[in-house]
Design a protein around this ligand. Structure first.
Ligand SMILES: Cc1cc2nc3c(=O)[nH]c(=O)nc-3n(C[C@H](O)[C@H](O)[C@H](O)COP(=O)(O)OP(=O)(O)OC[C@H]3O[C@@H](n4cnc5c(N)ncnc54)[C@H](O)[C@@H]3O)c2cc1C
Length: 317
């Protein structure tokens, strides 16, 4: 089967979950080959990629690759596309991933599809648009299909493969050295899991009423080991930071359990959470549209329901 290149997303040497999703997806369409670009590669990373189906791992670890913004990664991929003629290239639909995909498309004179939520036979990509109201199927007709896939579109499934390592040396162009990274600031991380990777997400909306009140959402999240999310109404009001916004213009999540408290269920919010496996809705208005997609609904005041739920969860620990 033909090789499908999967660009590895990694932070501090750790392979991000989205890469495991892309390897799983690639396995259904061809032979996955992971592409590691930048420093931090280790035996642990290799083992993780092989565990999720990477038959081959192309490794380009030159320090320079990490010294410049996205351009070197696009050059590493372009080099591999020219040399290996893969059937397709999958990249995570993150801010960085989408920029790399665009640059790669120009370099290889290929078509690019962004923000796919699935890829089927013949590399037909599915995109969910207009806040999830319409699904579009499209295919690249020129060059190598380059597809960015949204995190949480596929459940990662382990399937051990060879993970045969191959070093890649690429001489970076002057253009790739145009924007150098001069400083890195480590983002302060709490004890909670990352929103897009969490198995459980507890989100609050306008119904929460204030920034201070978000502490009851946080308490439930902490009792469950969950991440905290918020609707745009809550983030726009300054009650919770924008990076936690779930929805069309925020993060897309697809956890095992999504608990929404005081969120009405606008289509733009649904777009970011409707693929969650189990959806629990707490809202005092029985007509709130989010109940339409709820697996379990509680019509009630979140200021009563959420603390009670937290207490019950704590009791069972
Ligand atoms: C281009 C565009 C992009 C957008 N992108 C996003 C996005 O990414 N994410 C997003 O979320 N929105 C987005 N929006 C905004 C979206 O349209 C809604 O305005 C927003 O989702 C509403 O947030 P909400 O449900 O928290 O607030 P509301 O719609 O005001 O709902 C609040 C809910 O809380 C309930 N409630 C109130 N008090 C209580 C209580 N004490 N107990 C229980 N329930 C209570 C109410 O019954 C109500 O259902 C976007 C809009 C546009 C136009």
């Amino acid at each position: 089967m033909s090789e499908i290149l999967v660009l590895v997303e990694h932070v501090d040497g750790d392979v991000k979950k989205v890469t495991l999703e892309l390897l799983t997806l690639a396995r259904s369409l061809g032979t996955p080959a992971a592409v590691w670009a930048g420093p931090g590669y280790s035996d642990a990373a290799k083992a993780r990629l092989a565990e999720y189906g990477a038959e081959k791992i192309y490794v380009a670890t030159a320090d320079e690759i990490g010294d410049y913004v996205v351009a070197p990664k696009a050059e590493v991929l372009a080099h591999l596309v020219a040399e290996r003629s893969p059937a397709a290239v999958f990249v995570a639909a993150t801010g960085e991933g989408k920029e790399i995909a665009g640059r790669l498309a120009v370099k290889t004179d290929s078509g690019v599809i962004s923000d796919a939520v699935g890829v089927g036979e013949g590399f037909v990509a599915e995109q969910s648009i207009f806040g999830g109201g319409v699904n579009v199927h499209s295919r690249v007709t020129k060059g190598t299909p380059i597809i960015t896939v949204r995190p949480n579109s596929t459940a990662p499934v382990a399937a051990a493969a060879a993970g045969a390592e191959e070093k890649v040396e690429v001489a970076l162009s002057d253009a790739a050295r145009a924007a150098r990274i001069v400083e890195r600031v480590v983002q302060e991380k709490g004890a909670r899991p990352e929103l897009t990777e969490a198995a459980i997400v507890v989100s609050g909306g306008r119904g929460v009423g204030s920034g201070e009140n978000f502490s009851i959402i946080e308490k439930l999240a902490d009792a469950l080991g969950a991440a905290v999310g918020a609707s745009r109404a809550a983030t726009d009001a300054g009650w919770y930071p924008h990076q936690f916004q779930v929805g069309q213009t925020g993060k897309t999540v697809s956890p095992q359990l999504y608990i929404a408290a005081g969120i009405s269920g606008a289509i733009q919010h649904r777009a970011g959470m409707q693929t969650s496996k189990t959806i629990v809705v707490i809202n005092k208005d029985a007509e709130a549209p989010l109940f339409e997609i709820a697996d379990f609904g509680v019509v009630g005041d979140l200021f009563q329901v959420v603390p009670q739920l937290t207490e019950e969860v704590e009791k069972r620990k």
